[in-house]
Design a protein around this ligand. Sequence first.
Ligand SMILES: [Zn+2]
Length: 254
Amino acid sequence: MSVKKFKFATACVLAAAMSLCSAKAAETPENFEGSVICAYHRVPHFKNVVSIADATPEAIKAVNWIADKIGITKDFRIHRAKFSSSPIAFAALRDGERFIVYDEDFFVSHNNKTPWHDIGIFAHEVGHHIQGHTAQSNLENWPQEIAADRFAGFAVSRLGGSLENALAMSRSLSEKPSDTHPSRAIRKKAIEEGWRHGEAMKKREVSACGNGWQGKEIDIDGSMCRIARQCVDGKPLSRIACRDFEGAWKWMGK
Ligand SMILES: [Zn+2]
């Protein structure tokens, strides 16, 4: 299936004071176009968008948490929307900006808590962005959806979630395959693969994590210094230690 193109004109006309359309002049309803890669489990029908607004603090926090844990820039523009026919969520790139739009009726984040189901879906959309799907056209959708599902599973692992947590998102997946999305069973397998990949990576990090000296002493501005390896919060860290004038080791910098 080729990438779907959409126009946001209807959505923007219908919704008054929508930040997505009013944030700057370039976002007039007439020129809002983008490549929609992901309707989470259905093809999006943007003519059915009833309203669109800024995301809730919980949603922003969840996406930023994902970005932080996988080490990418927190540069997503997140919006909630109401759809008469919901796609649940989608990712789109427009004018170089990364959009994530989700169905506000479907997400249940509240009281500063975001369930793993919602985290998984956000991670899936982030996955479309960082794997470049939103910048491409004319690609098959199934491989992209599977790649985004794998990423979502991987992200949940990085966030400290269990396999059950990673699979929480699957309850929203269609059991039957469509032209654009694989069946729930295939997608659950992809989520699990991604989660297991994340767990394997964690184990490698822990086994590579330890305390000790690395290499020989080096002369830094007349002081004898060495690189020290440390294990901080399960992650390896390298620091430089130098001897002071009494011969005691002191950390360089902070
Ligand atoms: Zn998707």
